[in-house]
Design a protein around this ligand. Structure first.
Ligand SMILES: Nc1nc2c(c(=O)[nH]1)N[C@H]1C(S)=C(S)[C@@H](COP(=O)(O)O)O[C@H]1N2
Ligand SMILES: [Mo]
Length: 220
């Protein structure tokens, strides 16, 4: 190591400071009181329902790729091995589906969106993210939500590899938004300077999808 600017610590510190300055360190579990843990209109389930467009693609890790593109300094096309070389994180979070079920205390392992952001370095005018999946699904969300402390590109649930029906080998989990934002079988992450609607968002669902304010449907 001859050049300080090249060390991971320095790069990390720089981007963390940039995120902090932009107020992009949202935490999904902002010291919510226990009484406020279940969002309005939701009921608790113990099982984990499967919801999707009805096509569950078989995505093999030997052909899997995750492309990261758009308003970023470093575009990436990660194969399974390169994805596996990124830092690993573990998160514990609740999930809330707009169809009114919620499930508490899900343990996820994978790559935190923080670590992905550190690898690609979004440009200063990047403000939205569009996700694309192997089944053709798309969904959009603000970059500030994608960058939340709890958001993770999950490979494991409760210590086991994510099953095909739940979006394996890799899905996004953004626990503080309705679950339709958490793309299963993710294949592409695009950073955008202006908002672009995904599948459900074009079909009447909310552009953001905050369960605590019941952002279920768009107003128009
Ligand atoms: N690729 C993809 N991701 C998706 C969907 C989908 O149809 N395709 N459905 C969304 C919806 S509406 C929900 S509620 C959750 C359901 O995730 P689960 O089946 O693991 O419970 O996945 C979301 N992510
Ligand atoms: Mo959903």
């Amino acid at each position: 190591m001859t050049d300080d600017r090249e060390t991971p610590e320095t790069k990390l510190t720089l981007s963390k400071r940039k995120w902090a300055e932009q107020g992009k360190f949202l935490t999904g579990r902002m010291t919510r009181p226990d009484s406020d843990r279940l969002p309005p209109g939701q009921h608790l389930v113990k099982n984990w329902p499967v919801l999707d467009l009805g096509q569950q693609p078989l995505v093999r890790t030997d052909t899997w790729r995750l492309d990261v593109a758009g308003a970023i300094e470093t575009g990436l096309s990660l194969n399974w091995q390169a994805f596996g070389a990124l830092p690993k994180s573990r998160k514990l979070s609740d999930m809330h589906c707009v169809t009114t079920w919620s499930r508490y205390d899900n343990r996820w392992d994978g790559v935190s969106t923080h670590d992905l952001l550190d690898a690609v370095m979004p440009k200063s005018d990047a403000a939205f993210v569009l996700l694309t999946s192997y089944d053709g699904y798309t969904t959009n969300l603000p970059l500030s939500d994608f960058a939340s402390e709890d958001a993770i590109l999950a490979t494991h649930w409760e210590g086991e590899p994510l099953t095909r029906e739940h979006g394996g080998p890799v899905r996004l989990i953004v626990p503080h938004l309705y679950l339709w934002k958490s793309a299963k079988w993710i294949s592409r992450i695009e950073f955008l300077t202006s908002e672009q609607a995904g599948f459900w968002e074009r079909n009447g669902y909310h552009m953001r999808g905050d369960p605590w304010t019941e952002e279920r449907y768009s107003d128009d």
